[in-house]
Design a protein around this ligand. Structure first.
Ligand code: UD1
Ligand code: UDP
Length: 372
């Protein structure tokens, strides 16, 4: 059977590639060749294990507090012999990470076709998100086929002169993954949260995550302080924060939220437990990309800790509010949702604009038309 390669290396790419790989395995038209860069370590392992994916190649590039240059150089050098020795019809990459862009670059150096999943998201500001905006654009410049999640992302690609017959609107594979997990996998949250002061079925809580490079330092400090104040203002409200492994995040979270009453800091959760945790949350506050897609599927109002987002559909449809990292603004919007039932209900009733769970089917259909 012909082989299609999948190159990825972080948690969100794994989650969003998994449904495409599962669908390909089911169809038995192509054999997927799974190449993980190891840009992430524990978080990558968690996601691979949730989806029962065994990589064919597992590189091990991660170092503590890695720089963008050293990470890029390592991935480039270590992917070279793998790509050189395999017979591949096409290389799939997903999203906007360093693994995405360098994966596409190595494929291009070997004159292999590149398919970009989750193509065309843009803020128009090359430092927001950093370095993801430019990673995604450079991957788009290399790609032969673009799987855009929404009509808006398709239009971004067309306006950059990508040919219309190379762009396919599929919805986002994150919704495929989320629906699959909620249907097929049960959680172990009670065990995971066993040592913490929370009744996960009955307590009201905010779910918080933050990890963006452009928010390091003062912006992150402001966001964390606002959530700390919220938990002080509302005695019946708890906060759960799975803390990203990035040391720049850990340092700030420890200094502002550690040992604080009603704030529960935990290790990054595996995806299955995280989906169920989102589903039980009252409100989600995050600077994550993927969570902006998932929260509306679960009817959860979302405050986005960013000044600009490459996912404007959620903001336009009203499921998300872009609050940036200004402390007063975050507090104002959070209090409005916590105090005003009608506002809360209005936001949670809006339909998810990011897909219907069928993206990986459409992507496989197109890959078969092009490369079988
Ligand atoms: C990366 C992506 C970002 C994505 C995020 C998802 C780039 C430049 N950044 O950011 O787009 O939103 O992943 O989470 O591609 N670490 C561990 N264990 C892990 C993962 C990370 O210890 O499993 C620590 C290491 O010290 C590592 C650091 O976090 O050096 C940063 O990892 P890196 O992948 O460079 O950046 P992220 O902030 O995770
Ligand atoms: N996620 C997870 N465990 C966590 C936090 C997030 O599995 O503790 C999932 C989340 O549901 C989403 C993805 O990880 O699918 C988002 O990853 P992240 O926020 O790290 O990256 P981004 O999407 O911003 O690139």
């Amino acid at each position: 059977m012909k082989r299609i390669a999948f190159i990825f290396g972080t948690r969100p790419e794994t989650i969003k590639m998994a449904p495409v790989i599962h669908e390909m395995m089911k169809r038995k038209i192509f054999t997927p060749l799974v190449i993980v860069t190891g840009q992430h370590r524990e978080m990558l392992e968690q996601a691979l294990s949730n989806f029962e994916i065994q990589p064919d190649y597992s590189l091990d590039v991660m170092t503590s507090n890695q720089t963008l240059s050293s990470l890029s150089a390592k991935i480039l050098l270590e992917l070279e012999p793998v790509i050189k020795n395999e017979t591949i019809e096409c290389v799939c990459v997903q999203g906007d990470t360093t693994s995405t862009f360098i994966g596409a670059l190595v494929a291009y150096y070997h004159q292999l076709p590149v398919a970009h999943i989750e193509a065309g998201l843009r803020t128009g500001d090359k430092y927001k998100p950093f370095p993801e905006e430019v990673n995604r654009m450079m991957t788009g410049a290399i790609a032969d086929v673009h799987f855009a999640p929404t009509q808006e992302s398709k239009l971004n690609l067309i306006s950059e002169n990508h040919k219309e017959n190379t762009v396919f609107v599929t919805g986002n594979t994150s919704i495929d993954a989320l629906l699959w997990v909620l249907k097929n996998k049960s959680n172990t949250l009670e065990t995971v949260l066993n040592n913490h002061d929370i009744d996960i079925e009955n307590d009201k809580f905010i779910l918080l995550t933050t990890h963006r490079r452009e928010n390091f330092g003062l912006p992150m400090e402001n966001s964390l302080n606002s959530v700390r104040e919220l938990s002080e203002m509302y005695p019946d409200l708890k906060v759960i924060m799975p803390v990203h492994f990035n040391p720049n995040v850990r340092e700030k979270v420890d200094s502002i939220l550690k040992n604080h009453k009603r704030v529960i800091l935990i290790e990054p959760l595996d995806y299955v437990n995280f989906c169920h945790l989102m589903n039980k949350a009252h409100l989600i506050i995050t600077d994550s990309g993927g969570i902006q897609e998932e929260a509306p599927s679960l009817g959860k109002p979302l405050l986005v800790l960013r000044e600009k987002t490459e996912r404007p559909e959620g903001v336009a449809s009203g499921t998300a509010i872009l609050v940036g990292t200004d402390k007063e603004l975050i507090l104002r919007h959070a209090k409005n949702l916590l105090n005003n039932k009608d506002e809360y209900q209005k936001m949670s009733d809006i339909k998810n604009p990011y897909g219907d769970g069928n993206a990986s089917v459409l992507i496989n259909d197109q890959l078969e038309r092009m490369y079988n």
